[in-house]
Design a protein around this ligand. Structure first.
Ligand SMILES: [Zn+2]
Length: 433
């Protein structure tokens, strides 16, 4: 079996891995880069108006023969581990004849996100898999395994073929709402793995501020309990674990949670996959309509969803009146700034930053809000496994070889796993397993 990591040996984002067996070639993940060649944030506007050959030439698309639209198909399947753009964001360029495999939750979240983002995946030819149920692509057997991650319904892949076993960790952690999955994994390790492709997002980043999703919920609840004005929580509406934490903290402290139409739509699209996710029709949730979200839904023929939300709609006058008992999911954009301007006295209002701090460094929006009286605090835990969990996994699985992926620090793997055979690769390098 041959392994080629087309992108991801020395960076986080843009993951694209190829496995070649006797009978087939498969691609695992087709991610959008997060950084460019200069390590600056990747600008997805670079994709606009460019042809596939131009994008390959500029190294935005990895050079993989037989993968893209307009070429003769020579790839058996594409597998997507989870619905984060750095793992699926370039899917729309692949040959539509190639089957794409992903979990039901990934499909639902990607399709819902496509309504709101310019870089759409345009899913075609999707087959959904069930976790733990093997599926076959030519001479390869693939067993998807549900993992705990900030991305919804995320999978690791165990791939067997030609007498070899490969485990692709995908992105994972053990301290989220599904941390039990990690415990289960290390207590029932898959033995005789020839090659473990192991993510290392947290290497060089230090630990997250809070040790677990549970700790995030507890801290938020303690803050909500004593607040004297509105609390804005800046978080990703795709981080479903976090939305649950915020909802639970708000409920526990008798606060009303205000979400926007975008968040309401994302959660609604996942209702058939989990009935435990907070929804707009729940009594303690209200929906605020920003014009932009409403337009995007309408442009996609989803007027009916906007109408359905009407029963939960909250107007700015009501938010202004009930500020003290409101927790609102927020995004910093012109529409939000306009709303803030309407809310009157914001003395004692809280801004809770609940995302990776790297985003904050790139655009510090705290200052203008602090001038309006909003006090800021970061409450966040990472979507990825810290060093101790990576070590635990390796000690339990004892793979014959570890290949670093999804990390800016592949050189740290050998010292982290001194007894393991670590084999760092370069992007595009062929490695025989
Ligand atoms: Zn991820």
């Amino acid at each position: 079996m041959k392994l080629i990591i087309h992108r991801g040996t020395k960076e986080i984002g843009g993951s694209c891995v190829e496995l070649q067996s006797k009978e087939t070639r498969i691609i695992i993940d087709m991610g959008m880069p997060l950084v460019d060649a200069q390590n600056e944030p990747f600008d997805s506007k670079l994709l606009e108006g460019k042809s596939i050959p131009e994008l390959i030439e500029s190294r935005v698309l990895p050079e993989v023969s037989g993968l893209y639209a307009g070429e003769e198909k020579n790839v058996g399947a594409v597998l997507i581990s989870h619905p984060h753009q750095d793992h699926y964001g370039l899917l729309r360029y692949i040959n539509p004849e190639i089957p794409v495999y992903m979990s039901k939750g990934s499909q639902a979240l990607i399709e819902a996100s496509d309504i709101f983002i310019p870089t759409k995946a345009n899913l075609r030819n999707v087959t959904t898999f069930k976790m733990r149920e093997p599926f076959i692509i030519d001479d390869l057997v693939i067993i998807p395994q549900l993992v705990d991650h900030s991305g919804f319904d995320a999978a690791a892949f165990l791939i067997e073929g030609g007498g070899k076993k490969i485990l692709y960790s995908g992105d994972f952690r053990g301290h989220g709402r599904k941390g039990i999955l990690f415990e289960d994994m290390i207590h029932h390790p898959v033995k005789d793995i020839d090659c473990l492709l192991l993510e290392g997002s947290m290497l060089g980043r230090g630990e997250g501020l809070y040790p677990s999703e549970q700790a995030v919920e507890v801290k938020m609840a303690s803050i909500f309990k004593n607040k004297s004005n509105i609390a804005f929580v800046f978080c990703s509406s795709q981080n479903i674990d976090r939305l649950v934490s915020i909802y639970r903290a708000a409920k526990r402290t008798r606060q009303m949670l205000v979400i926007d139409l975008y968040t309401a739509y994302i959660l609604d699209s996942l209702k058939d996959i989990s009935d435990k996710l907070p929804q707009y029709w729940w009594p303690d949730i209200h929906v605020f309509y920003f014009w932009g979200h409403r337009k995007m839904l309408r442009d996609n023929g989803l007027d009916s969803f906007v109408e359905k939300c009407a029963s939960a709609r909250i107007y700015k006058e009501e938010i202004s009146r009930d500020k003290k008992s409101i927790v609102m999911i927020a995004k910093y954009n012109p529409a939000f700034r306009k709303l803030i301007g309407y809310l009157g006295d914001l003395t004692g209002a809280l801004g809770i930053y609940s995302m990776w701090e790297g985003y904050l460094e790139r655009s510090d929006f705290r200052n203008p809000l602090q001038r309006q009286g909003i006090e800021f605090e970061t409450i966040h835990t990472s979507g990825h496994a810290p060093e101790r969990d990576l070590k635990q996994l390796v000690e339990s699985f004892k793979p014959k070889c570890i290949v670093p992926i999804h990390t800016f620090h592949p050189q740290e793997y050998q010292s982290l796993f001194p007894n393991a055979n670590v084999h760092p690769l370069n992007d595009g390098e062929e490695f025989t397993i």
